[in-house]
Design a protein around this ligand. Sequence first.
Ligand code: M6R
Length: 608
Amino acid sequence: MCGIFAITSNRRNDIGETLVECAEKLTYRGYDTVGVATVFKDQIHLRKDKGKFDEVAEKHRLREMRGSKGIAQLRWATFGAPSKLNAQPHLDCDEILCAAHNGNILNFLPLREQYTEEGHTVRSMNDGEICVHVVERYFNQSGDLVEAIRKGCRDLKGDYAFAVMHKDDDKIYAVKMGSSLFAGIGDGETCVSSDLPSILPVTREIVNVHDGEMIILSPQKLEILRLSDGATIERNPYTSDADIRVAQKGGYPHFMLKEIHEQVSATRTLFSAIREPYISQFVDTLIEAERVFFVACGSSYHATIVGSYYFNDLANIAAIPVIGGQFNSQYGESLSENDVVVCVSQSGETKDVMDAVHHSQKHNVKILSVVNVLGSTLTHLSDLYLPLGSGFEISVPATKTYTSQVTLFSFLATQAGHKKSILDKKTVDSMLKDLKTRLPPLIDETISTTTLKARALAPYLSNFSHFYVLGHGLTHGVALEGALKIKEVCYIVADGMYSSEFKHGPLSIVDEGYPIVFSIAPNDAEHIVNHLAEVECRGARIIATGEDHQLLRRYVNEEDFLVVPNSNKYVSPILQAIPLQLMAYHLATYKNIDPDYPRNISKTLTVR
Ligand code: M6R
């Protein structure tokens, strides 16, 4: 949620151009409001408004803003409605300081009251404004901006990162307190941002920033201070080799479609991203643990559900999938140091997952993680992490990272099964070959063979405001994921459910022509026939994804059967999410919804 980008330069006096080019890459983090502030001729110039990035940038001619330093912010609204007034950045009372934040200041209401009583002009109902006033308050006392920021941070509660600048110098100050922040060192310029891709147009020399640190940007150098005692921290930059083309649409109309297609390459790069000895350490830790919890949210949580079936089946390990926000209240008090928590997150920043990490660490629980964004907070906090290597996922709906997570689970469960002598070497070799060699072309084939049918279903499905997506066993998580995609990008209440549970109530919804989508694992066809028959005899129109099977053909018409290529029990669930992603994508575009930026959603949710 929300993104900030800030830069100071001695090479440019047209900083609006760079701010727009870089901040535009943060669009996926929030598109409720946009704002840019620059310092030009010793004055702060601020333009901001409600709306998507391109609209605001054009309307307010953000590219034309002059100056050699500036801050841009894209907002996903939590505190304060999406409006021009609540848009960031915010000015202090005297308009000599300007700040923007990402994250949440949880005590902003009492602070707002206190500052107003003290005579501050607090203009908005947005928690980000408190950041500029808390600094202003201490700055007015000492005239020392670094000290003011350090003291101010002690008064703020929550998880956040912010950037602040004064009109009279060439510096920008930024802090990281629980929300993501990356810094870059360019030629005669330095910058900070909520994510890495937005820095790459300026530089590839990247400095990771840790919680509790302040970055002081000057055009010629970048300093790191520890907020608690003001000590200087030495940290060398590294050169990012991230492929910036991944952050461009590359001829596709939307990032979502591009990323669906990138699943072919993402499942390949996964296996070059994960390495020994980390794989073995990861698997050994799971085998030795008393209890294994998979903690994640949204699509990542659905991947853990599929993963829990793999671990049960292949390695006889009970891995318990838990929704991030529920973990502490459901299992928090019973944790022991023999338990292991495996956090799964594309962004590595999801607040609900972070809360589980912080709580578990207090109980000396080992934290393993599976994460896509390197340098994210989760990578810093984990005892051990495995990278997904999917490259940037720009579209708000997760697609390729979900598929890589599921693929990784099936790989890890196979390794665990082998180590526990549950699977013999021949079986393991064949399964690993399936994942490493056969899976990418099978994904490619799945996309080619199911796209037309997925697209053709859009007019029919668009007539419904709700329907069901059902799965069973290994495809339960697939059904939940398909349903989430449809809800997220089509604004249709698609309810994902375990298929045997459907008769315990929801069956009463079915009437003539009602759509029920099934995801059917190859070994389940005979069992699932019951569930198909129950809804078919009540008039449901069954749409299915699964391998071709004579029995299924009796219930599913040709045009409604999204057949995936033959593989096996473990690979098929990976493939079956793809027709559902395509169905959601085409339904969204049929309804004129931009699937990359569905309303009200942010890709990175750093709020509770
Ligand atoms: O970055 P994370 O994997 O931790 O994000 C978790 C969810 O917010 C995310 O998967 C969300 O559900 C997706 N936008 C769904 O497509």
